[in-house]
Design a protein around this ligand. Structure first.
Ligand code: ADP
Ligand code: MG
Length: 395
């Protein structure tokens, strides 16, 4: 098993590299984590429930204020030098590659009326990119938190998350929901975050895997199928269509007990069969979040395993956002004795999670790796998801 979370640049190292790059010392170093979502997928744009936990992997930022309107951005993880922009010239959809994520946060803060007069920023991250683990949200949230602290904005974690989401939606141009940014900003050590995306009310649910003799493995398939981007928009539109046909504002308003009747109504109204499937998934996954919360609160973490697998089946068959590699992780892990498994994040590649007895973790991981080799797929990355802290200042 590999775990790159430990390969973080230390605050001292990042401070030294910032000083070498910009010629002055940073005013501080901040961290914001990536996340995995335990249950509740494709629910956040339907005002629904999600349940992410923060990973030990973080994006880190060394930052110093400027007063001359310059914004200088550098990442130790991508080739190329410093990206230099002017805060008063930032405009949505202007490109900027990776730098659009932190620049978008500066733009969103200024749009919200906060006076950001410029900054030097150096970023360094151990969150795998494009693996469905929210490296983009980690980058946004760490930038937002650092600027909020340095410019004395006093933003709450939830306010930061909403601004970061706005940066990604409106500036970068990715129509994501608010889960990723909320997870990175609000999660706490040893907990999963029960988040109601309708009003952002939240509860930290104790999720101490080690104390229960359990592990949650992340399996990064290392693939990303091109289908993903358009498919996300199509699922989103289908869910909106379902809500419209049912005469409700969002699918959140449909209680699970009324799902059967609602599906009949949809079919009778001539809705596309895909809309019927999407509605079944979203309302079902909201229910699965409630189920998992109930089990965690009752100390029955093992019993959450089959609920995770049921969530996968729904994502595979009803929402149809899985892929052969993700299905293989779930199939091989469960066949090898896992308690349950599912794809996590947007799908079409990226990562899956596997709930497993600690004593079985290595065997199950090996079975998944062997199944990938037998199928001719590249070796997946496997590491334990330890529920970790959300965004914070390090020094
Ligand atoms: P995910 O959030 O699931 O990892 P996204 O496609 O949403 O995938 O975000 C990945 C993008 O975020 C990368 O292509 C890159 O532009 C940016 N990014 C993430 N981490 C870094 C980093 N350490 N340095 C520079 N850019 C990064
Ligand atoms: Mg992302």
């Amino acid at each position: 098993m590999t775990d790159h979370a430990e390969q973080h640049a230390s605050p001292t190292e990042l401070t030294a590299s910032f000083t070498e790059l910009y010629g002055t010392a940073p005013e501080g170093v901040w961290a914001a984590p990536g996340r995995v979502n335990l249950i509740g997928e494709y629910t956040d744009f339907n005002d629904g429930f999600v349940m992410p936990l923060a990973l030990p992997h973080t994006a880190r930022a060394a930052v110093a204020r400027r007063t001359d309107g310059e914004l200088r951005l550098h990442s130790t993880d991508v080739p190329g030098g410093v990206v230099q922009l002017r805060v008063d010239e930032l405009a949505p959809h202007a490109g900027h590659g990776w730098a659009a994520y932190p620049a978008g946060v500066v733009w969103a803060l200024r749009e919200a009326g906060h006076e950001i007069t410029g900054a030097d920023i150096q970023l360094s991250s151990t969150v795998p990119t494009g693996a469905g683990l929210s490296s983009s949200a980690a980058l946004e949230v760490v930038t937002g938190l650092a600027l909020s602290d340095l410019f004395g904005l006093g933003l709450t974690a939830a306010e930061l998350a909403v601004l970061a989401q706005r940066a990604e939606n409106a500036f970068v141009g990715v129509p994501c929901g608010v889960m990723d940014q909320m997870a990175s900003a609000c999660c706490t050590d040893g907990h999963a975050l029960h988040l109601d995306t309708r009003d952002l009310t939240q509860r930290q649910v104790p999720f101490d895997l080690a104390a229960q003799g359990l592990r949650l493995l992340v399996v990064d398939t290392r693939v990303k199928h091109a289908l993903g981007d358009g498919a996300y928009a199509e699922r989103r539109a289908g869910c909106e269509e379902g809500a419209r046909l049912l005469g409700i504002r969002t699918l959140r308003e449909l209680p699970y007990a009324e799902l059967g009747t609602a599906l009949d109504t949809l079919a009778a109204s001539g809705a596309d069969e895909s809309v019927v499937r999407y509605v079944r998934h979203v309302v079902g996954d909201n229910q699965r979040v409630e189920q998992v919360i109930g089990l965690l609160d009752a100390g029955q973490v093992r019993a959450a395993g089959p609920v995770l697998t049921a969530g996968h089946v729904s994502l595979r068959d009803d929402l149809r956002v899985s892929c052969a590699e993700l299905d293989l992780v779930v199939e091989a892990a469960n066949a090898a004795g896992a308690l349950g498994a599912r794809m996590t994040g947007g799908g079409f590649g990226g990562s899956a999670i596997v709930l497993v007895e600690e004593s079985q973790a290595d065997t199950v991981a090996k079975s998944v790796q062997e199944a990938f080799a037998a199928a001719g797929y590249a070796a997946p990355g496997v590491f334990p998801a330890v529920p970790s802290a959300g965004a914070r200042r390090l020094v």
